[in-house]
Design a protein around this ligand. Structure first.
Ligand SMILES: CC(C)(COP(=O)(O)OP(=O)(O)OC[C@H]1O[C@@H](n2cnc3c(N)ncnc32)[C@H](O)[C@@H]1OP(=O)(O)O)[C@@H](O)C(=O)NCCC(=O)NCCS
Length: 249
């Protein structure tokens, strides 16, 4: 497919150059039915098969929008057409771009929650992003017992005097832990309890320790993102981190 053949909203948008240490984060709304219909043509057979497996229309629409947008965004950095991109999957499921000859070494990560997605893009450096919409009626301290490390549980309990802070701290930790697991690409294969992230409001987002990887705290940068009200998000990228530029599409 040539650029000329693409309807206007499929054209790769003008991109700010991606400098070596910078990360670009794109916020993508996943609610537009008409746009979803037009993105269908951008997807691979495999992506269409995955989309078709969703039982509910809303989930199919979100998948098509997220993956169509991912292709448009990445094509802009690589300098090719969205349909020309091909993806490979790492040992634990992390998707990466299959390199074409002469293409820049673009790395990315995708996260979606409800009607919003984030795509983080970095140059030749692993990156992870996680987005969570705050859910109602969650027993945060109970969930933390299952998913958080002992140090994180203590930090969350220290906020128990203010339910609002517990909610904020819980989603801060959840997204930071997920973003770290997604940056390393290991997912939950090594569990969730062997590393600690800072979670208290006011404490800078940071990997505090990884008991399975001594040098990790110096090798990874972590920041919090605020994509929309009642969403938490975090970005983790191999250090050093330059600028984080945010875009909406
Ligand atoms: C994919 C995973 C790493 C994150 O899943 P998630 O938070 O539910 O979903 P997100 O929307 O943030 O990310 C999904 C995207 O991450 C990417 N992804 C998949 N596997 C990945 C991996 N191993 N590493 C990095 N990215 C991955 C894919 O692009 C995927 O999108 P797709 O499903 O539309 O193709 C999941 O396998 C996982 O490990 N979940 C852990 C759940 C958990 O117990 N969390 C507790 C946190 S305290």
């Amino acid at each position: 497919m040539t650029t000329e053949a693409l309807p206007a909203d499929w054209r790769p948008r003008p991109h700010t150059p991606l400098d070596a240490h910078d990360v670009h984060v794109w916020r993508v709304a996943l609610a537009d039915e008409a746009r979803a219909a037009s993105y269908w043509a951008l997807l691979s057979d495999d992506e269409r098969r995955r989309a078709s497996r969703f039982v509910r229309d809303v989930h199919r629409r979100r998948f098509v929008l997220a993956h169509g947008a991912l292709r448009i965004i990445l094509a802009g950095y690589v300098g090719t057409e969205p349909t020309s991109l091909d993806f490979v999957t790492g040992e634990h499921g992390k998707p990466a771009l299959r390199q074409g000859s002469g293409w820049p070494a673009v790395e990315f990560n995708l996260s979606h929650s409800d009607d919003l997605a984030l795509v983080a893009v970095a140059h030749a450096r692993p990156v992870g992003v996680d987005l969570e919409r705050w859910s109602e009626g969650v027993e945060y301290l109970e969930l933390a017992e299952r998913f958080f490390s002992p140090g994180e549980r203590d930090a969350l309990r220290a906020l128990a005097h203010a339910p609002r802070l517990v909610e904020q701290g819980f989603f801060a930790a959840w997204t930071r832990k997920e973003a770290y697991l997604k940056a390393t690409g290991q997912g939950i294969t090594r569990g969730l309890h062997h590393f600690d992230v800072a979670l208290a409001p006011g404490d800078p987002p940071r990997l505090l320790a990884d008991r399975l990887d001594d040098g990790a705290t110096a090798r990874w940068s972590m920041i919090a993102l605020e994509p929309a009200p009642r969403y938490s998000a975090a970005l983790v990228v191999a250090a050093p981190l330059g600028l984080v530029l945010q875009f909406t599409m």
